[in-house]
Design a binder for this molecule. Structure first.
Ligand code: CUA
Length: 179
């Protein structure tokens, strides 16, 4: 018997099931079920699994809302590109637009205050990785992800895109300040 030759009995599902093979199938199935239950467990007890709300949106609608916040709460601009830095009041809705290849605007939060951070992409799939907080989610175009955040540590946080999105993916970064 050699693997080069075609099997004599071609209908593999009609072969008798070996005891060892059956045992492994049962072990794999049980492990799948344990892992499935742990997905729920991680969500409840894990510190990095966010409970995001997700809504449908359009680039126009989202950009409009982001622009309204920028118009109202911009306190300064940064870099030569004059990126607005918005400092919205505690409890308010803040919008972050991901697009090729930047995050807009820069946001300034106040430590210990709660905000609703809305995220979307207006073009392709991007990522929202908050460093060094180790928060990590995907930003999917057409969907508005809402994360309720209460920053507990002041500092300068980097927002990094971690979904490959083209030639300048590596330059797609943003910033969040916590005062
Ligand atoms: Cu956006 Cu990579």
């Amino acid at each position: 018997m050699s693997a080069i030759l075609p099997p004599a009995e071609r209908l593999w599902w009609k072969h008798p099931l070996d005891r060892v093979e059956g045992t492994w199938i049962v072990i794999a199935l049980v492990w799948c079920l344990i892992m499935f239950a742990m997905m729920v467990g991680w969500h409840i007890y894990g510190k990095q699994n966010l409970s995001t709300e997700t809504y449908k949106t359009t680039p126009e609608l989202f950009t409009q809302k982001a622009q309204a916040v920028v118009d109202k709460y911009t306190i300064r601009t940064e870099t030569d590109a004059k990126i607005p830095v918005v400092a919205p009041p505690a409890g308010s809705d803040v919008y972050l637009v991901a697009r090729l290849w930047n995050f807009w605007p820069i946001i300034e939060f106040e430590k210990g205050k709660t905000y609703r951070l809305h995220l979307t992409s207006v073009d392709y799939n991007h990522g929202f990785s908050l460093q060094p907080a180790n928060i990590n989610i995907q930003i999917v175009p057409g969907y508005e992800h809402v994360v309720t955040v209460t920053p507990n540590q002041s500092g300068t946080y980097s927002v990094v895109c971690n979904e490959y999105c083209g030639i300048n993916h590596h330059t797609m970064v943003g910033r969040i300040y916590v005062k």
